[in-house]
Design a protein around this ligand. Structure first.
Ligand code: ADP
Ligand code: ADP
Length: 219
């Protein structure tokens, strides 16, 4: 199986089981949302894929190669969180160019264009709205062309109208770059707007995985 494969993944915190035997395949170029209520284990599962949380059991593989023992920075995955984690003392351009080779101005410009911030390079992070910051964070996450982008509630700090718009733009940016992604959210509308397939989670397990249009129609 190419892309990401999870088999019977278990994550525990002491004696508490946060992820209770999850199997999931994410094909290259596709976007999968992990959807479920707060505390159901979405974030723990994403962190386990990233290598930030050890597996108590199961395997995480990329293109059929198990990633056990491969550290976070060697997995070739990108991460984006709710607060974007931008460098406050750098310009927008400096944030997006971080980790790119010198003279990547054209690439930075095209990434900013892709997220709807054409010409924002010289702006300071402090002058941006919350939505603009998350757009910069997305451009920065896409810049190194990660083979898999992991997004943990990237829009949840924004108000609803902004979230709806950003979800649509985020999907467009992922499709335009062909980026494979796993997107964590507790918001059904957001999951449906962003993902090709939605994995519904509850109490540490995946209950169902389907395309948004098919999700509630199957018996
Ligand atoms: P979600 O992302 O769906 O909100 P989490 O993966 O954050 O769920 O949490 C799943 C469960 O694991 C929750 O009961 C949470 O309290 C617990 N949990 C998460 N992180 C830790 C941790 N570092 N230590 C102990 N328990 C944790
Ligand atoms: P998210 O908003 O992604 O669900 P949380 O707010 O659950 O994340 O967790 C934020 C941080 O706190 C994470 O590092 C997580 O591992 C830790 N954490 C979450 N729940 C617990 C818990 N019950 N006990 C200890 N640490 C926790």
């Amino acid at each position: 199986m190419n892309g990401l494969s999870l088999r019977d993944v278990v994550v525990r915190y002491g004696s508490a089981t946060a992820v209770d035997g999850v199997s999931l395949d994410v094909a290259p170029g596709s976007v999968v949302a992990l959807l479920g209520p707060s505390g159901c284990g979405k974030s723990s599962l994403l962190r386990a894929v990233a290598g930030l949380e050890p597996l108590a059991a199961g395997t995480v593989s990329w293109d059929g190669v198990p990633l056990a023992g491969v550290p976070v920075h060697r997995r070739g995955f990108g991460l984006m969180f709710q607060d974007g984690q931008l460098f406050a003392h750098r310009s927008v351009g400096g944030n997006v160019a971080y980790g790119l080779p010198p003279r990547s101005e054209a690439r930075v410009a095209s990434l900013l264009d892709l997220v709807g911030l054409a010409g924002y390079e010289p702006r300071g992070i402090a002058t941006l709205s919350g939505g603009e910051r998350q757009r910069v964070a997305l451009a920065r996450a896409l810049a190194p062309q990660p083979r898999l982008l992991l997004l943990d509630e990237p829009l949840s700090a924004l108000d609803r109208a902004l979230r709806e718009r950003l979800a649509v733009d985020l999907r467009a940016a992922l499709l335009a770059t062909g980026t494979t992604a796993v997107f964590v959210t507790h918001d059904q509308d957001e999951a449906f707007a962003v993902a090709d397939r939605v994995a519904v989670m509850a109490a540490g397990r995946i209950l169902q995985v389907d395309a948004p249009a098919d999700l509630w129609t199957r018996p």
